[in-house]
Ligand binder design. Sequence first.
Ligand SMILES: Nc1ncnc2c1ncn2[C@@H]1O[C@H](COP(=O)(O)OP(=O)(O)OP(=O)(O)O)[C@@H](O)[C@H]1O
Ligand SMILES: Nc1ncnc2c1ncn2[C@@H]1O[C@H](COP(=O)(O)OP(=O)(O)OP(=O)(O)O)[C@@H](O)[C@H]1O
Ligand SMILES: [Mg+2]
Ligand SMILES: [Mg+2]
Lengths: 225, 225
Amino acid sequence: LIECRGLEKIYHMGEQVVHALDGVDLAIEDGEMLAIIGSSGSGKSTLMNILGCLDRPTAGSYMLDQHDVSRLPDDELARVRNRKIGFVFQQFNLLARSTALENVEVPLFYRGDAHPGDLARRSLERVGLANRMDHYPNQLSGGQRQRVAIARALVTEPSIILADEPTGNLDSVTTEEIMQLFLELHRQGVTLIIVTHEPNIAEYCERQIRIRDGKIVEDQRHGAP
Amino acid sequence: LIECRGLEKIYHMGEQVVHALDGVDLAIEDGEMLAIIGSSGSGKSTLMNILGCLDRPTAGSYMLDQHDVSRLPDDELARVRNRKIGFVFQQFNLLARSTALENVEVPLFYRGDAHPGDLARRSLERVGLANRMDHYPNQLSGGQRQRVAIARALVTEPSIILADEPTGNLDSVTTEEIMQLFLELHRQGVTLIIVTHEPNIAEYCERQIRIRDGKIVEDQRHGAP
Ligand SMILES: Nc1ncnc2c1ncn2[C@@H]1O[C@H](COP(=O)(O)OP(=O)(O)OP(=O)(O)O)[C@@H](O)[C@H]1O
Ligand SMILES: Nc1ncnc2c1ncn2[C@@H]1O[C@H](COP(=O)(O)OP(=O)(O)OP(=O)(O)O)[C@@H](O)[C@H]1O
Ligand SMILES: [Mg+2]
Ligand SMILES: [Mg+2]
């Protein structure tokens, strides 16, 4: 499904050069559930943004469903992204002037749905926010905002979900509920890529990849049944 | 040092009433290190904002260092806050158009320091960001932004530190470094109040308070040496 070769992301800061990604090769099968772990600043979000078609690498290739993503013009890239990928951002990226419900409707509007309200409402119910739909982001707790971001990523039922630290602001009970939701999607055939700092979240995933200084240093599969 | 009686925070959303805090009594001694735990939406950040003089309760009283904080006008409140309290926000609240270094200098400017650069630089070094001082927030990883927020909270050497989920975006090694930093401050007599979802972070604290639906439901001290 996903094939990356030699991915690099380089930033130039005056004299300084930052190698956020420094040669990443990665192949991901349809329907895999994989965890990406690594220390702060190691390159996880940078990799996720490229996988999610939100950013382009400085070098290297990215094949998604046999399309060379790097060849696509911006509007084409946006269409692939909206159709196939749901993205949970590390810092949520909600629209401040839209309610929780309106935020979750956005991806449905993009794909042309006439009546996004029902699907959006159900998505918010599944993350436990039935009674917060009309709240604006600044009227929500940190963990509630995180759950709105999750609901938004799931509402179009994408075949690939990229979740960048999706439970960082959640207590253990709510975290468990979200992981059960992800496992359910996995059982339905969705491909899940989860960045996490928490070993017990990584445990849920059949495969774990460790990133250090922009490179993959470990790639392990569990003895999954 | 801190004495809260009957704190309430009520929001009116059309017909709906949200009791973010629903009668909180809390006494905190000088030099205590305490953890606040509780599920998403239970009222932790609301309580922290009141303790940090960033918000006023709807009802109840808050005595800080024997001053009735609720009696103070806004500018007086701001002065108390800037002199005594360092606050690490759950979502960092960095200035987007200032570098990491400039962000950390802000509290020093407020107190009238002529040469904030040195103290700010040292504070960033202590959180491992010596080589990221000239980066803007959008050029930093999530965990790096969190550490800038921590460095900013510590730079004026406040006597009270309020940290709202300070390690949510950090890997275990970096988390350990930050907790060692907090323990060091604790040994120097600083009062620390840490909101956390992680039981192992709560373990570092000699006292743990659990909040549910805007009320304190547990208040335990460890057998601390
Ligand atoms: N401005 C507001 N208007 C209405 N409701 C609000 C407002 N701010 C917060 N709330 C509600 O108050 C409750 C407590 O919020 P708070 O941010 O204190 O939770 P929290 O314990 O910090 O949660 P988390 O662990 O998710 O950060 C939440 O249910 C939230 O929806
Ligand atoms: N626009 C940019 N300009 C310069 N450097 C950048 C930029 N964006 C990211 N970086 C740097 O690239 C490195 C990787 O960043 P990235 O956000 O991928 O880390 P991460 O693994 O997600 O970290 P965290 O766990 O803290 O979220 C970091 O050291 C960061 O400072
Ligand atoms: Mg990141
Ligand atoms: Mg909170």
